[in-house]
Design a protein around this ligand. Structure first.
Ligand code: C5P
Length: 395
């Protein structure tokens, strides 16, 4: 693969030299851009020796044999390693202050970022907001990891190890999912579709749900090698290939099937579960008697499957809920994160044509912040969710 490596200013830049060596040994063709900051930590000569070619650095240099647009067209993948806080900020805001940032804006190649910085800079809301923005655009992240820093401090912000960066490169395909096998050995439990709550043998109460998004997530997780159990309410979409599908009707059946499927590493609650059921289901069809008024239905609360599994003794390591909202989409999702005790909430605005439709516009809400994803086909949303989950399990 044609790989453009952008080295920005961090003391971890020396590790990128090892990464370049590993990448070339694995058969990749590597070119490099060394930013001004990067050149403070590693020399052009060292980068040139390891890539076996010229090192690009100056946007305006007359001697550059290749213009920034041509350079932007060349790579099949761009790896920004190490990515400083400044580099992330420029990427997020589309600034073109040097060759590296200009090439990043001018290229359509998928980008993988390996950040390295002091924990305080990493945790700063400005950096986290930039990261959320970049993730929302499909930029992949490898690391950082937790550990000792160059200065006597430790925490999150340490550059990923070179071999792990190479593994991340082959696993992750930003914006399109991660490589096969990234979730091998993991058990993922997914709910999908509506539940039907019977009134009598012929009538029921239900939420609107086609099951398209939940089924696509099950398929995307299976494509990454996870063993997937899909607990589905009544839907007309086809069972995804390679997934164990368990069909249920009611919320109580869905909860029982989910609990029976534990233990699991991942739980994605994509089902539109009915919040209430009819307290006493009629055993015979209720008759419309001439002259009699409409019956009054006595309702009972259904169990909350997401909240139950979030607080379960065998809680899956990563619990992801959905929030279908028609207004204040992100605000309601943030409240739901706390209320349900889950790790992520995928909020979608269902005020338009999302329900039953083929596309979805979602926001990924976590304790770290909010990622706004563009409107995408439901399969693409599913691949991105699966790729983000794989990323979570890699770190
Ligand atoms: O509370 P609300 O229905 O808005 O929450 C939506 C999220 O909770 C979804 O992930 C849905 O699958 C899950 N849920 C559940 N059991 C319920 C209600 C919702 O698992 N009874």
């Amino acid at each position: 693969m044609k790989l453009l490596v952008i080295i920005s200013g961090s003391v971890a830049a020396f590790k990128t030299l090892m990464f370049i060596r590993l990448a070339r040994a694995a058969g990749h063709e590597v070119r490099a851009i060394l930013t001004e900051g990067g050149a403070r930590f590693v020399t052009r000569e060292a980068v040139a020796a390891l890539t076996g070619g010229p090192v690009h650095h100056d946007l305006w240099a007359a001697e550059e044999s290749i213009g920034h647009i041509r350079l932007a067209r060349w790579p099949e993948r761009i790896v920004v390693a190490p990515a400083s806080a400044n580099m992330l900020a420029r990427m997020a805001h589309g600034l073109t202050t040097d060759l590296a940032s200009t090439v990043l804006l001018a290229s359509r190649a998928p980008v993988l970022v390996a950040p390295a910085m002091n924990p305080a800079m990493w945790e700063h809301p400005a950096t986290q907001a930039n990261i959320a923005m970049l993730r929302g655009r499909g930029v992949g992240f490898a690391g950082p990891i937790e550990g000792a820093m160059a200065e006597p401090e430790s925490g999150a912000g340490r550059f990923i190890e070179p071999a792990d960066l190479l593994a991340a490169l082959t696993e992750a395909r930003p914006g399109a999912g991660a490589g096969a096998g990234a979730l091998a050995g993991r058990h993922a439990l997914v709910t999908s579709g509506p539940t039907h709550e019977p009134i009598d043998p012929v009538r029921y109460i239900a939420n609107r749900s086609s099951g398209r998004q939940g089924h696509a997530i099950a398929a995307a997780l299976a494509a990454l090698g996870a063993r997937v159990t899909l607990v589905s309410g009544p839907v007309s979409v086809a069972d995804p290939a390679g997934v164990r599908v368990q069909r249920v009707e009611t919320a109580r059946e869905m909860l029982a099937a989910c609990e029976a499927a534990l233990p699991a590493d991942i739980f994605v609650a994509a089902a539109a579960v009915a919040d209430w059921r009819v307290a006493a289901e009629a055993t015979q069809k209720m008759k419309k008697e001439p002259g009699a008024g409409a019956p009054v239905l006595n309702m009972a609360l259904n169990p909350d499957i997401l909240a139950t599994l979030s607080r379960h003794a065998a809680r899956p390591r990563l619990v992801v809920g959905f929030a279908a909202e028609t207004e204040q989409v992100v605000g309601h999702a943030q409240a739901k994160l706390a209320r349900k005790g889950c790790d992520w909430v995928i909020a979608n605005d269902v005020s338009g044509d999302v329900m039953g439709g083929l596309e979805n516009r979602v926001h990924l809400v976590t304790a770290q912040g909010v990622e706004d994803w563009p409107r995408l086909p439901k399969e693409e949303v599913a691949s991105r969710i699966a790729a983000r989950i794989a990323e979570e399990f890699r770190s």
